[in-house]
Design a protein around this ligand. Structure first.
Ligand code: SAH
Length: 367
């Protein structure tokens, strides 16, 4: 057993099975043994790879997206440039490099990062050593004012609850122990969930079927929406997930680029779940903010010009780098890789009525 598994076993032994959200919160965020607290999980040598680590063009295009929104909103000065869960700081560093010549923007920018991992904070310090940056534990601590807020593969790491259909109806799924007390297993709790948690379209889900909800994600979507509605400018959420709330199990564990069992090697593997964009959007919409998307990541990046930028860089690069740039772009936009599964949604405040990358929605905007 890992040290975290001992800790979890003691806790479950003392007070009974814990909801999946508590299990996930401890696995990822335990102050001593949590997955994100103790090492850098990203990159080829880590457990998984993300858009900004695949190609520099990813962060560059997001930097330009920010400038475009900022200009539409009347170029407020100062403007907060905020990233939630910035990983190694690669996206922010690429974004800032791409906009260095837009002096009015870089001078207006006040950079804030929301990050709980001390190891990744050190990576971010290094990547952004030429910039003045303020770190926060939670979004609510970022000072008020107009803001551009980016969250790439942040929501998928937030703890989810799982509900399971039983003979007696929906029940909260928990993590308990087997009779020998040496392995974790899923059990269902006797309590029925609050009706507001379940979407209306779950009729007909058979016994054993699951529904996942992410209360932490909904809370952050509400905060982002309120912030955009009150103070402007725009928030961009990029993640893998589904555009409609639906039944199904998506919680997964990945270690060393390979899927593994969620209940073993706890604290050593990354745990994520598909992001329910419909749920985030409808929570944010309650604040009166404008919502665009989600659109597939492939559509978004293509509209922002990923191919032209990649070709431009490749033309100046050596053969190996040119190939890496082109395969990277394909990975980001290809329907067979991240282009369809990953989605992009924007929340915008006053003045930003035409964020780049969402042109495909012109006739189906959901406001
Ligand atoms: N955005 C980066 C990293 C994605 S991994 C990229 O695209 O490469 C998830 C990131 O979210 C990590 O930086 C992790 O430490 C951070 N994170 C996870 N849970 C968090 C939480 N509750 N609050 C703030 N940051 C969190």
């Amino acid at each position: 057993m890992t040290p975290l598994e001992h800790k979890l076993r003691d806790r479950i032994g003392r007070s009974g099975p814990i909801p999946v959200s508590e299990f996930m919160a401890m696995a990822l965020g335990d102050p001593v043994h949590g997955y994100y607290r103790k090492s850098d999980p990203l990159g080829a040598k880590g457990d998984f790879i993300t858009g900004p680590e695949i190609s520099q063009v990813f962060g560059e295009l997001i930097g330009l997206w920010c400038v475009h929104c900022w200009q539409q909103a009347g170029a407020p000065n100062p403007v907060k440039l905020v990233e939630l869960g910035p990983g190694r700081g690669t996206l922010m560093s690429d974004a800032l490099r791409a906009v260095t010549t837009v002096h009015a923007f870089t001078e207006a920018c006040d950079i804030h990062l929301v990050e709980t991992s001390p190891v990744l904070r050190r990576c971010q310090e290094l990547a952004l050593k030429d910039h003045r940056v303020t770190w926060h534990e939670v979004l609510e601590h970022v000072p008020a004012g107009p803001a551009l807020i980016i969250a790439n593969e942040f929501f998928d790491a937030l703890p989810i609850d799982q509900y399971q259909m039983t003979e007696a109806g929906w029940r909260l799924r928990c993590v308990g122990l087997n009779p020998a007390g040496d392995r974790f297993r899923f059990v269902t709790n006797h309590k029925a969930p609050d009706k507001t948690v379940l979407p209306p379209n779950l009729d007909g889900v058979p016994v054993g079927g699951l529904f996942e909800a992410c209360p932490a994600g909904l809370q952050i979507a509400g905060t982002l929406g309120a912030r955009m509605a009150d103070e402007g400018i725009a928030a961009l959420i990029i993640d893998y997930g589904h555009a409609r709330s639906e039944a199904g199990e998506t919680l997964q564990a990945v270690q060393n680029h390979t899927y593994c069992d969620v209940l073993t090697n706890v604290g050593e593997a990354d745990l994520t779940a598909h992001v329910d964009f419909a749920a985030l959007g409808s929570r944010a919409k309650q604040t009166g903010v404008r919502i665009y998307g989600p659109v597939p990541q492939g559509t978004f990046l293509t509209e922002l010009g990923i191919e032209a930028r990649t070709n431009q860089l490749a033309a100046r690069a050596n053969k190996r780098t040119a190939t890496l740039l082109k395969t990277g772009a394909h990975r980001l936009i290809g329907a067979d890789s991240m282009g369809m599964l990953f989605k992009v949604m924007a929340l915008t405040g006053d003045g930003v009525s035409n964020p780049a990358g969402f042109e495909s929605l012109l006739h189906q905007r959901t406001e």
